[in-house]
Each structure stands twice: as C-alpha cells, then as structure tokens.
Design a protein around this ligand. Structure first.
Ligand code: TYM
Length: 330
C-alpha cells in the first residue's frame, strides 16, 4: 500500500467547509486505499500568536472533529505532531539544506508576515517543518488544498536535493489536490478563499456551526448578477462556489444541479443548499461532542497513533542522522 500523509493546524475552534471540501474528505477517502498517517499540526500552530490553554483545547476538538468526519483509527494513524520528536529534529537538518531565498519566496510566509506585527523565525521556517512532517513517513501522496501547492513543491525540491547529495534517502511526495475543490471561496467575497484568519463570520462556514447560523450564512451568500444557476468561475464566482459546495456535500454532479435548477431562481437554490449544508454539519457536530465527552478514548487513540508514528519517524531520522554524519540518535 502506498503511504498517504497530511496535517491540519488546530488554530480555530472548528474546521471550516474549505478544510473539509479541499482536504479532509480526501483524507477520509484515501484511508481505504492507502496506509494513512494524519496529524494535528500543533507545532505549526505556534508560528503565530497563540494561547496555551486554547491550544490544548483546540487540539482535542480537532481530534474529535477528525474522528467525527470519518477518520477511522482502525484504518489510519492519527496523532499529534508535538508528540513525535523526530519532526523538529529532521526539520533542523532540512533547514540547513534550504536556501534563505528559497524560503523567502513562499507566498504564504509573505502573506502571513504582512498581516502579523510579530513575525517569527518559526513562521519563516514553517514550510521546512512541513517538509520534515512529510519526508519522515516516506509519504507518496499528500492530500491538501491548492494553497499548499507551493509548499509541496519545496518539499519535493528538498527531497531531491538531499537524495542527490547523500544518496537515496527520501521518497519524493506528490501533492494530491483535487482541482474542482482545491479552493473553496469566501461566501461573502468569492474572490478570496475561505480562511479562518481572513474571512468574516459571514464568509466562512464552520463544521461546528449551529444549523440556523449555517442557513443564514448560505442565504446571505453573495451571488452574481443574472439569475441563472450556472457554473462559470469567471462571470459567476459566487454561484460557482455554491455549486461546488453543493456538489461535494450531496454527491450530485454540477451538471445535474444545473439541470435541476434550470428556470429556478437563486432563492430556491440557496434554500435547498442551506438544508444540504445544515444536514451535513449537524451530525458532525453531534459526533464531535460525543468524542469530547469521552476524553479517555480520545487520548488513547492519539497516544496509540503517536506510538506508531514514532516507530516510522525514528527509523527515517536514523537514516538521515547516519547520512549527515551524526551517527545514530541516542
Ligand atoms: P491548514 O491547517 O491551514 O489547512 C488544512 C487543510 O485545508 C486546506 N484548506 C482549503 N482547501 C480548500 N479551500 C480552502 N478555502 C481551504 N482552506 C484550507 C489546506 O490546503 C490544508 O490542506 N500547512 C498545512 C498544515 C500542515 C501540513 C503538513 C499539511 C503542516 N504539515 C504536512 C500536509 C502535510 C496548513 O496550513 O493547513
């Protein structure tokens, strides 16, 4: 079985529809066909200002949500990044093989450092830690959204560079980005992506949002001029985004949806979509609460995951330490 790996940051109280449609549903699909490693990227979460009490709570809620959407600990190894010490250890080695200019070109760093008053070195080396996350597990496929494409290119370059200098050490991973859902847009401003830091409350739907709140947000989503329900990302970015969400959550194709709503107005379309999204999110929120009510089970799953992850990651780290002249880690 090929290996798949991905991570998500616990930087908000809930994951949003962009996370789900762009990445998480692929995590769930791929655990049936791949040897899957999924983790909560708490080391990455401290690259911006954070509150320690909130972080530990959000990490829990993140794990509960991943289980609630269908990540199955029988099939996947689910763990917390900070519980596997090989991640920062490999990251250091990779930092010493990353060009300063190469890291400085990362657009996510440029965007985030422009927004934050306090830019840390950790924010700068963030993509190198991400490279360590992936390369430690010999991952072939990394399911992510479009915004991670540049980071994945860097990971591939680092793997190739290391292999060329030291001999075959790392598997070169491929970004698994589904074109149709790679970017889910902000409902209030469809020219932007839906994002936990950049979107207004009206622009973002959280998986844990309450049903009526979801309905309201869908009904007030920006649509475009004209009245046709048609997929056209240039002329109708708002409607196209809603069609993408509708198709993804309902399993109906966009073409079928266009036919179904032919001659109907935005009102009917949004009313139905509001129900689809609310019906999709409600059981996720319910299951998340159930997992949170049973912290012992949650901890057991995460500790079991960290143990398995440690076994794989430390074997890779040994290989790397040996290659760069450190001998075995003690
Ligand atoms: P994060 O936590 O920001 O986002 C988690 C996943 O959600 C995707 N995503 C979206 N997809 C489509 N439309 C959107 N509007 C949208 N917003 C977010 C992201 O692309 C991501 O796949 N750097 C990663 C975390 C990470 C990681 C890794 C991922 C750390 N190490 C190793 C893969 C492998 C991140 O910031 O994700």
């Amino acid at each position: 079985r090929l290996r798949v790996l991905s991570g998500i940051q616990p930087t908000a109280d809930s994951f949003h529809l962009g996370n789900y449609c762009g990445a998480l549903r692929n995590w769930v699909d791929m655990q049936d066909t791949h040897d899957a490693f999924y983790f909560i990227a708490d080391l990455h979460a401290i690259t911006i200002d954070h509150d320690p009490k909130l972080l530990i709570q959000r990490r829990r809620v993140a794990a509960a949500q991943l289980l609630a959407i269908g990540v199955d600990p029988q099939k996947s190894t689910l763990f917390v990044q900070s519980q596997v010490s090989a991640h920062p250890m490999l990251s250091w080695v990779l930092e010493c093989h990353t060009g300063f200019g190469e890291a400085a070109r990362m657009t996510q760093f440029k965007d985030k450092s422009a927004k934050n008053e306090r830019t840390t070195v950790g924010l700068f080396t963030y993509p190198v830690l991400q490279a360590a996350d992936i390369l430690l597990y010999d991952a072939e496929a990394v399911p992510v959204g479009e915004d991670q494409r540049q980071h994945l290119e860097l990971v591939r370059d680092l793997a190739h560079r290391f292999n060329t200098s030291y001999g075959q050490t790392f598997v070169t991973p491929n970004a698994h980005i589904v074109k149709a859902t790679g970017v889910i847009h902000d409902l209030a401003d469809p020219t932007k992506k839906m994002s936990k830091s950049g979107s207004s409350p009206q622009g973002i739907i959280d998986l844990l949002d309450e049903s009526n709140r979801i309905r309201k947000k869908i009904k007030s989503a920006v649509t475009d001029t004209g009245r046709e329900i048609a997929y056209d990302t240039e002329l109708k970015p708002g409607v196209s985004n809603l069609l993408t969400i509708y198709a993804t959550l309902s399993g109906t194709s966009i073409v079928e949806l266009e036919e179904r709503y032919e001659g109907k107005g935005y009102g009917d379309f949004k009313k139905d979509l509001a129900e689809v999204v609310a019906d999709f999110c409600a059981p996720i929120a319910q299951r998340t609460r159930e997992y949170l009510d049973d912290p012992a089970t949650l901890d057991k799953i995460l500790l079991g995951g960290a143990e398995k992850a440690n076994t794989v990651a430390s074997a890779t780290l040994s290989r790397v330490y040996d290659r760069v002249g450190f001998g075995e880690p003690v």
